[in-house]
Each structure stands twice: as C-alpha cells, then as structure tokens.
Design a protein. Structure first.
Length: 653
C-alpha cells in the first residue's frame, strides 16, 4: 500500500501526481518508486495514456475514495481520444491501460500520427503556474496543456511555454520530473493579438470539453449519421447521398487560414479519385483519424462538440411535414391536405424543387433552399403549376361551352389569367374565342327562337320611341348588343325600322338633285358600318397573329395598315363603339405580347425537342425588362413546366 499518497489536483495528469510523490518520498532509486506505485520495478511511465493503472489502484490507501474510472477520466488523456475511437478499439485500449503494458498504446489510440505534430516538451501556462502556487502551494502539469493540438491557454489567452522536460524522455530515461522542480519564475506572452488566436482558442476549448465531459466511444452508425446530417445541412450532400468533395474542400480551405492548416499539418487538396482526411470523415470504419481532424470539421460545419456528441443531428427538412394541400380550385380536395408524398429534384447546390401531385391530376412545384424557412400554403399557390389534370380540364371545357359564362368569370373560377385561359382553350382544341355575352352568344347561334326575335324587336322599337329624332350612330351606341343581334338574325326587319334620314341644307339638296339629274349618285359611297369595321379590326388582328416568323406586337398602328378607313373613323369615337371595343380587345399590352412570345418560343422548343434553361428562355423572348411582372412570371413558370413535362415523357417513352 502506498504511504503518504497526495490527492491529485484539478486537471492534473497522473504523470504529475507520480512525479510529486517521487520527489516527496525520497526513494533511493526510480525502481523503488515503481515498486511502491505499481508493485513492479520496471515499467515505462507514459505521459498521456499510462498503463498498469489496475496495479496502481490496488496500491492506493484504504478509503481513498477513488475509482479506476475517475483516475482515467479525470487524470489521463483518454477522454480526448475516446469519442472518435471504434468501440472495440476503445475497449481494448481501456483494458490495456488498466492491466496491460505500454506497448503500442498510443498507436492504438491514434495519437501517433505523421500528420499531427507532437509536443516535444511538457508545456505549461505561466499564469496557471502563478495561480497554482497561490492556491495549492505548488504548480503541476495540467492535463489540458499536454494535449498535442493545444498551443494556447483558453483561460488566460496566453501562449503555452515549453519546459525543459522532454515529453518523450519517459521512454528512455524512465523518470518522473515535477513541474515545481523545473519551472522558475514564468514570463507570460499574450496571444490575443495573434491572427490565429481565435481558431487555436476554439480548438483548446473543444479539447477541454472532451477532457472535462468524458464521452464513451460513439457508435459507427451514430458518427456517420452525424456527419451526413452536417453535410446535408451545409449543402455538401446530393440527393443521392454523394459528397460534393470539390465544393467541400474548397469551402473548408476558404474557412480556415492556410497558415493554421499548415501549422497543424492538416492541409487538404482535392484530387479526383483520391480520399483526403476531410472527405473520409463520414466513413470512420475505413479510416483512423486524429481527434483534431474531427474538431476542425465540426467547427467548420457550424456545430459545437457538445451538440455533436450528445444530440442526434437531423438532415434539413426542405418542406413542412405532410400531408400537403391540393391547389386545384375545382377539386373537392381544394386546400385540403390530401397529398401524402412528393418528389424532390435538385435544381442547384442547396436549392431543391418539390413536385406535389393530387389524385385529381393537378400537379404543382414548390422551391426550397437549405436553411430557409418553410413556405406557407398561400405562398405555395404562387409556385409553378406543372399539370392541371383531367378534372381541371373537364371543368374548363364545361365552363367554356356555357354561353352564360364570360372569359373573366371563367378565369376567376379557374384561378388563371385571361391570357392563359385563351392559351389553354387553344391547346384543348376548344371552339374559337367568342364575344362572351348572352345576347352575342344568341346572335351567333343558328337556332333562333320566335321568342328571342320578338324580344329583340321590342327592345329596338322601344329604343326608337324613347329617343325620337336621334341618328343611327347614337342609337347603336345606346344598345349595341340589340343592334348586333338584329343585324345578324333579322336584317330585313332592321332595315325597315331605321330612323328617318335628316335632310341636308337647301343648297346641298339642290346640288345633290342636279347631280342626280346628270346621272351621278345622289350620295357619297357608303362607308363601313361600325359592326363591319369591328369585324375588320378583329380579322386584321388574327392575320397579324398568324404571320409567319417571329411574333410582332399587335398595335393600333398595325391595325390601321390593314383597315385604312380606321384612321378617319377614329376622329369620331362616339360613332364607333363596337370598333373601339374591338380595338381594346385586340391591341396588346407589353405584358400580353411578352406572354405570347413565351408561348411561341415554347411551342418551337417542343416541336424541335429543345429544352432550354429558364434564363435562356428569358433571353430568347427578350423579357429582361418584364421578368418581374406577375403575369410574365406565371407564363414563364407554365412554359418551363410544359418543357419539363415533355422532356420527362420523352425519357419515359
């Protein structure tokens, strides 16, 4: 049993405890010290991972209050290596420290590495020395200061100093040397102004946490899961589970100063088909790495060592937990969470697109970015619609063929713009777009009932009675739909019930009579009626729409080239209400023309089996000034969804 045994100080390494005992016991030889401590005369006193601890524990005085685990966890460096050792290697190392010798113990722990520089001498903090002498009456070797990767004291923000005791001398000379014996009056060197101080302080803090909060060996599956979660959180993992090695190494090298990586001998360089210590971290079962590698990587990924060891990290969720809502306004499941699964595609590094499809066939996509907040349902409606599905298309066909529905009302019910409504109607080969109003629908119908004829006649006669003496144009302006119906379906009756023509002045009348006597027409050539001019305007617009080549914007100037009399008629806008209405319908705004250019280019791409990127589509359609317009954005999203859908169907076919 050991007599005059002194309790270890806080964070004192066992080597220091034995050194103080050796100097106080005043034995004649070191072999006597070994025999007193370990009941063996020849051993190798190892600094960081001492062995024969079971013999030492058995030699302690009765009622000492220690356990073998306390001695190992509080006064050796095993807790620094333990979390990153395979469980079987950790158990073998622990048994060797308790009952075995020191043969290859450091190699088994991974502390002997050609990559990580080892301290040549035992190290100390000058301010810790002064504090220890004031508090305990003597200084001692601190465990944290002997960790190979620690170069600064995190408590006092100063550099650690080398003593004269060689860290590897214990192998050859087999002696114990206390700190009080070799450290005189220390001189402090501040480290805060050092450019690498912050990084080195963080490493020292992580090492201190590992020493002060012992953690058993982490399971291989747990360690791999933690690293893959951190890779995914930082967008270094593809959807297929592959590591973006080039991006990972480049970002890592940009994060840590080159001087620091050189100092720690932890440089990484990307080479195809060759692993580095950084890229091999998620596969610990194949590689034995130093704890420093793990500490650098964990800090780089933005996680703390505490979270890494004690909290199961999760891969980022790109969308809120399901189920997800259907956004088909004509579906029974509208806004109800009826979609239970979704497909995910990676658009760029860290940016993903989820494709949500309801059983009604309505499919839409939502975009997500790693680290961004989840989108709400209202925001989801603004995402690209990939397919409207058969239910939506059946509803469009039903509403389109309903003569009581206007285009505006159909678009409102289907939650699309009027431009998109017309485009979908063309794609579905629905009848040509008509002037949507009850009266106009009836006038275009081939089946005219006597009841309808009687009603329109009565309306026209009432108009003549209420406004006697008004000219033809004013009457048409007051009731254009009634006039148009009669013009198409009851022309003869309408001609018989025209308002009487007003006589011209006497001089003009006599002149006109003279001309009639000479065989000349008694009136000017009849000009186009308002209705005919409106039809001509629409025909001209259709002609412009079907012009070959690149689309050209339909403007009032282009319409005038096809309908020359329009220039003179526009001088009296009150007399041409139908023409003005036709012009408002066919003249394109900048946004509407942009949508038509998008659709034209999309059709050409589908025909030629070309699938351009979105930026290329914007460039071809010259949309740079309108790219942020909501109507143009929606048309772009629909065009891209059509291209993606067609490309997918071709691949599957």
């Amino acid at each position: 049993m050991i007599e005059h045994f002194q309790d270890p100080f806080p964070d004192e390494i066992l080597y220091s405890v034995w050194a103080r005992f050796s100097e106080l016991s005043n034995f004649h030889s070191l072999s006597d010290v070994f025999e007193e401590l370990f009941n063996k005369r020849k051993i190798k006193p190892i600094l960081d991972l001492p062995c024969h601890l079971g013999h030492f524990f058995d030699r302690l005085p009765f009622e000492h209050g220690y356990t073998i685990d306390v001695l190992i966890n509080d006064h050796t460096l095993l807790p620094f290596y333990a979390p990153f050792l395979p469980p079987e290697r950790y158990q073998a190392l622990l048994e060797q420290m308790i009952s075995g010798n020191g043969k290859a113990v450091q190699r088994r722990a991974g502390s002997v590495s050609i990559h990580i520089p080892q301290h040549l001498y035992l190290r100390y903090c000058p301010m810790c020395v002064e504090r220890d002498r004031e508090e305990f009456g003597a200084c001692y070797w601190h465990r944290l200061h002997q960790v190979p990767v620690v170069v600064v004291c995190p408590t006092h923000a100063i550099f650690l100093e080398n003593s004269t005791v060689h860290a590897q001398s214990t192998y050859g000379r087999q002696e114990f040397i206390s700190a009080e014996r070799v450290i005189g009056t220390p001189v402090s060197r501040r480290a805060e102004s050092w450019p690498l101080y912050t990084f080195c302080r963080d490493i020292a803090l992580d090492a201190a946490y590992l020493l002060n909060s012992p953690t058993a060996s982490l399971e291989l599956e747990f360690l791999e899961k933690q690293y893959f979660a951190m890779l995914a959180q930082n967008s270094f993992l593809t959807l297929g589970g592959l590591v973006r090695k080039a991006d990972l190494i480049k970002t890592f090298v940009d994060f840590y100063p080159a001087e620091l990586l050189s100092l720690l001998n932890c440089e990484v360089r990307y080479a195809r088909n060759r692993e580095t210590w950084l890229t091999s971290l998620p596969h610990r079962s194949k590689h034995m790495l130093h704890p420093l590698h793990h500490l650098l990587a964990i800090r780089f990924f933005g996680t703390t060592i505490q979270e890494f060891c004690h909290r199961e990290l999760q891969r980022p969720q790109l969308f809120e937990p399901g189920p997800w809502p259907c956004l088909n306004p004509v579906c029974d499941h509208y806004r109800k969470c009826s979609i239970s699964t979704y497909q995910i595609r990676e658009m760029a590094k860290g940016k993903y697109r989820g494709i949500f499809t309801c059983e009604c066939g309505f499919s839409y996509s939502r975009y997500s970015q790693v680290g961004a907040a989840f989108s709400s349902v209202s925001e989801s409606e603004k995402r690209a619609i990939l397919s409207y599905g058969p239910v939506w298309e059946a509803k469009l066909r039903e509403l389109w063929l309903d003569s009581t529905m206007s285009q505006k009302e159909i678009a409102r019910r289907l939650h699309i713009s009027k431009t998109c409504l017309k485009w979908h109607a063309t794609e579905m080969h629905l009848p040509p777009i008509r002037v949507v109003a009850t009266a106009v629908e009836e006038c275009l119908s081939t089946h005219i009932t006597e009841q309808s004829r009687s009603w329109y006649r009565s309306q026209w006669l009432s108009l003549l009675q209420e406004h006697p003496g008004e000219n033809w144009s004013r009457l048409i302006e007051r009731s254009p739909l009634v006039y148009k119906w009669l013009l198409h379906n009851d022309r003869e009756w309408l001609d018989e019930h025209r308002p009487p023509r007003k006589e011209k002045a006497t001089r003009q009348s006599s002149t006109r009579s003279d001309c009639a006597d000479q065989g000349v027409l008694s009136h000017k050539p009849e000009r186009f009626s308002d209705f005919q001019t409106a039809d001509a305007v629409r025909s001209a617009a259709q002609s412009c729409l079907h012009d070959p080549g690149r689309p050209k914007r339909i403007t009032q100037t282009k319409i005038k080239k096809h309908v020359p009399e329009l220039t003179q008629l526009l001088r009296k806008p009150v007399e041409i209400p139908l023409t003005l209405q036709a012009l408002r319908e066919v003249v394109e705004s900048r946004e509407a023309f942009a949508v038509r250019r998008i659709m034209h280019i999309t059709h050409n791409c589908l025909k030629e089996r070309v699938f351009p990127a979105k930026w290329k589509l914007i460039e071809q359609a010259n949309l740079h000034s309108l790219v942020h317009n909501p109507e143009v954005q929606q048309a772009l999203e629909e065009a891209m969804s059509l291209l993606v859908k067609d490309a997918t169907s071709r691949k599957l076919g």
